[in-house]
Design a protein around this ligand. Structure first.
Ligand code: PFF
Length: 451
């Protein structure tokens, strides 16, 4: 690309977000399953409030600058997660690197779609009396996931809803979907939090969650906090670059980034304030992942007054959190296919959804399902998809963004609307602090570094 083309102002998007629609959709992307099933557990295991503090620092010192950089790259380049890098640098190689984040989002989508399917199944079940009946919730979860076809069926439903929203476009699909569902989710969160705080074990639960224990703050805890900050802010996967490309020049990227980081932090806190008081009141072991959400919590809801309704609200909340993140992930490869191969939005949405469903089938069958026994190097297919995408591609994508906005793209701080002082701070964070810390997580996740 010539220097001249590179400097031409990019056209405003034909289909884009409104001011509030953008903020709500970016918040919807970041608040997802991650803060419900990983965050409370990570916090309690790694020093309670001390870990929370570390997570907050990671969000502010690394997450926030990287988020602002991703949004600025998207808006500056006005392209998909790969072409924006290429357009702004004028170098093909950057486009190829950006392609990694497109592939990463496809991989995350394939297993995230499976879990989204589980949340839909449990939402429907909880409204048909499942939580009213005394039942062995562990056996019930096993029989669902072990059946093989039910998880695939629900994965297809989850992906079909995601596809339908994405196919309707940015303003008519993604924005509308988030504008309806996110306020509903906020109400559900508040109802569940107020209820949890009135339970008899609330104080013990809160103490466990938020009592600082600085002796548990190991270097590993730091890496876990950073990895979680990346996942929960949807960074390193091209999502925020893609969303940024649908934003006009009147939108403040700074305020949007602060809203997303603040929203994510408050959401993480509320999730902990729901989960710990509930598991302490009912004497249930604190777990993470599927065990917590689909076995421990149903048993707690069964035991609590109005538990069937509250449990129903919880699973719907979970499904909303998952779907609003899923649409942002699917949009990344869809935007790529539309620009690269000139496909229509409908064609791109349907074709890529089909690929995600196919990739998701082995994930659905291997996560607690009939293929659970097929293990390679200690991991099932589901674990491999999760591991490769979350621990390898995601930090790599994040590193790319810091290097690009820190060293390559000279006008990035203008696009990010920063004053000279903040611009210097931002660049320092992107050039030095963030890449060093990301390389550390990367090496640690790849097993090349141990403390
Ligand atoms: N932020 C989402 C969560 O916390 O569940 C997950 C996610 C969404 C990761 C979009 C990556 C992404 F591109």
């Amino acid at each position: 690309m010539s220097q001249q083309t590179k400097n031409l102002p990019q056209a405003e998007p034909t289909d884009g977000f409104s001011k509030s629609g953008f903020i709500i959709s970016a918040v919807g992307s970041s608040v997802g399953l991650g803060n419900i099933w990983r965050f409370p557990y990570l916090t309690s295991q790694n020093g309670g409030a001390a870990f929370f503090l570390l997570f907050t620092l990671c969000l502010l010192l690394i997450g926030l600058p990287v988020l602002l950089a991703e949004l600025a790259i998207g808006r500056g380049g006005r392209g998909n997660a790969a072409s924006s890098f290429q357009k702004l640098s004028g170098k093909k190689a950057w486009g190829l690197f950006g392609l990694i984040s497109v592939l990463g989002s496809l991989l995350i989508m394939s297993f995230y779609g499976v879990v989204t399917g589980w949340t839909l199944h449990y939402s429907v079940r909880s409204f048909t009396g499942f939580l009213n009946r005394q039942s062995d919730y562990a056996a019930s979860f096993q029989s669902f996931t072990g059946s093989g076809y039910w998880p695939v069926f629900w994965e297809i439903i989850a992906m079909a809803i995601t596809c339908w929203v994405v196919a309707k476009g940015i303003s008519g699909g993604i924005e509308k979907f988030n504008k309806v569902l996110i306020p509903a989710m906020v109400v559900a969160l508040l109802v569940l939090m107020v209820n949890a705080l009135t339970l008899s074990g609330a104080k013990a639960g809160i103490d466990y969650f938020l009592k600082p224990d600085f002796s548990k703050l190991t270097p590993e805890a730091g890496l876990l906090a950073l990895g979680h900050a990346f996942f929960s802010l949807s960074l390193g996967m091209g999502t925020m670059v893609t969303y940024g490309s649908y934003v006009n020049k009147r939108q403040s990227l700074k305020s949007a980034s602060l809203a997303v980081v603040g929203g994510d932090l408050v959401y993480a806190l509320i999730c902990g304030l729901i989960i710990f008081p509930t598991s302490f009141t009912y004497g249930l072991e604190s777990q993470q992942g599927p065990g917590l959400v689909f076995i421990v919590l149903p048993a707690a809801f069964h035991a609590m007054p109005f538990g069937a309704v509250l449990g129903g609200i919880f699973f719907v909340l979970l499904a909303i959190a998952a779907l609003t993140s899923a649409v942002s992930m699917l949009e990344v490869p869809v935007a790529f296919a539309m620009e690269k191969w000139k496909w229509t939005r409908t064609k791109a949405s349907v074709a890529i959804t089909a690929v995600c469903v196919l990739l998701g089938v082995p994930a659905a069958l291997s996560a607690e399902g009939p293929w659970k026994g097929y293990v390679w190097l200690g991991r099932t297919v589901f674990d491999w998809l999760d591991y490769t995408a979350s621990n390898l591609l995601l930090p790599f994508g994040g590193l790319l963004v810091t290097l690009f906005a820190g060293y390559v793209w000279k006008t990035s701080s203008q696009e990010a609307e920063l004053t000279p002082f903040w611009s210097r701070v931002w660049r320092w964070l992107l050039r030095y602090l963030a890449p060093v810390v990301i390389v550390l997580i990367f090496l640690y996740s790849a097993g090349l570094l141990r403390f």
